[in-house]
Design a protein around this ligand. Structure first.
Ligand SMILES: Cc1cc2nc3c(=O)[nH]c(=O)nc-3n(C[C@H](O)[C@H](O)[C@H](O)COP(=O)(O)OP(=O)(O)OC[C@H]3O[C@@H](n4cnc5c(N)ncnc54)[C@H](O)[C@@H]3O)c2cc1C
Length: 420
């Protein structure tokens, strides 16, 4: 008899679990509370810029093996565009200096021994001093583990960890920072090539999954919010959506892939992170200069990362709680000045009328990747043998990332299979 998998939440973690269970023949039902799939990783039409934009610029790396396997399984891996080598362009706002960090494309970090490929002003010994992060425990803070000062910190460690942890790096979990260092810098250039969904997050990571699931007969329902569950004898027996209820037969599985607050209202006694940080993205409808790299790190600016898309320059600012209530017009102007400097658009353009723009402030973009919040992350199993948790906030061993989301969805699906 065909078994049923109920996937609650159509973010990346839910979709990856849905695809994995559908691959092995489950009849999949996806229940999503909102009218759109993708969760915190989605695209939409923006009238202000008259462009389809993403809720946030998302950077993936070639070492994100679960995320890439997910994209491959839905036929869209080619949509993750990136260079042949792991090259990252940077500019320093204070000095105007520009450089390229060239991690190459090998498995061994030979770039460390070539001054021209390293961060300017740094020596091999500076990088070796990062080693304690690699074996740091989950209770330690970055600031207690490595020295958060000097050129290497300012020009590489700070921007890398700020983007990955979404907290001021010294306050971040050294264990999570260590996972990032192990899976990126230590794994050589082959793991560090930047990958961007240039056609948009939904086109690459969401819509192909929905199409595949639908082609296999999956039932995908929007505006279908799980309110609570009924359980008996250690297993969930029914899903209560308020206006309707779905019975759960023996052998059927449920993957609860919703944010922590929603999960805690459904699973009694569940712990999860309770503190979150914002990410601000600004999008300007302006053609990037021909030589503008697809991605540029900006040191010492309001802007942290500048992305160049066709017809659009977009920026990301992490750990951005300080900006969520800033007046929008002023913020757009300040960000545009940094963009013009980084992309060499000139003072006239910087002080002239703003091009069509949009600012997207995701207030609860990610959980705070501090030791305290990390400690609250639950595993995949619950007190009910047929209900499994997924989500970037579960204990994936990574900060809140697409890779972590996919890993959690894969793990939930794999455990669900062992149950049946
Ligand atoms: C602005 C921004 C920038 C980011 N940048 C990056 C980046 O550069 N690189 C990177 O790797 N990651 C990045 N991330 C993180 C990444 O987007 C997330 O880790 C990932 O999208 C989380 O997916 P998820 O499935 O775990 O959770 P979510 O996306 O939160 O999905 C949960 C889903 O559950 C639904 N739901 C909630 N309650 C219910 C209910 N009761 N019943 C049914 N459905 C429900 C929600 O509507 C939602 O669709 C960024 C995030 C943001 C916000």
């Amino acid at each position: 008899m065909v078994k049923t998998a109920h996937i609650i939440g159509a973010g990346i973690s839910g979709l990856s679990a849905a695809v994995r269970l559908s691959n092995v023949g489950f009849a999949v039902h996806v229940h999503e509370a909102t009218q759109q799939a993708g969760g915190r990783c989605r695209s939409y039409y923006d009238a202000a810029t008259d462009l389809v934009i993403d809720n946030g610029n998302h950077l993936m790396l070639s070492g994100n093996r679960h995320a890439r396997a997910y994209a491959r399984s839905i036929g869209s891996e080619a949509g993750l565009a990136g260079p042949e080598r792991a090259r990252f362009d940077f500019m320093d706002m204070a000095s105007g200096e520009r450089w390229t960090l060239d991690l190459g494309n090998g498995r061994v970090s030979t770039w460390l021994f070539d001054a021209a490929r390293r961060v300017p002003g740094t020596g091999v010994v500076d990088y070796l001093k990062l080693a304690p992060l690699v074996w740091a425990g989950t209770a330690a803070r970055v600031g207690d583990t490595v020295a958060c000062k000097g050129e290497l910190y300012r020009r590489l460690v700070h921007p890398l960890l700020l983007a990955a942890l979404n907290v001021d790096p010294p306050d971040g979990s050294a264990g999570l920072a260590g996972a990032i260092v192990r899976e990126t810098l230590l794994a050589g250039g082959q793991a560090c090539r930047p990958l961007i969904a240039r056609e948009g997050l939904s086109a690459v990571l969401v819509d192909p999954a929905l199409a595949l699931l639908r082609a296999r007969g999956a039932d995908i329902r929007f505006g279908h919010e799980l309110r609570k569950v009924q359980a008996a004898n250690g297993a969930v027996t029914a899903l209560d959506f308020g206006e309707d209820t779905a019975a759960v037969a023996p052998g059927d599985v449920i993957v609860l892939a919703v944010p922590p607050r929603a999960a805690a209202s459904i699973v009694p006694g569940l712990t999860g992170p309770v503190k979150f940080r914002a990410i601000v993205n600004a999008h300007f409808r302006h053609d990037p200069p021909a030589d503008q790299p697809a991605l540029m790190g900006v040191i010492g600016g309001l802007v942290e990362w500048l992305f160049a898309f066709p017809q659009r320059l977009s920026v990301t600012i992490s750990d951005a709680d300080r900006l969520v209530n800033a007046p929008r017009e002023e913020l757009a102007r300040d960000i545009w000045r940094d963009v013009c400097k980084a992309a060499r658009l000139g003072a006239d353009v910087a002080e002239g009328p703003l091009p069509p723009w949009q600012i997207v402030r995701e207030r609860r973009a990610t959980f705070e990747a501090t030791p305290e919040q990390h400690r609250l992350r639950p595993g995949t199993r619950t007190e009910w043998k047929n209900l499994f948790l997924a989500g970037d906030w579960t204990d994936t061993g990574l900060p809140a990332t697409i890779e972590g989301s996919v890993r959690s969805g894969d793990r939930a699906a794999d455990l669900a299979l062992t149950m049946t």
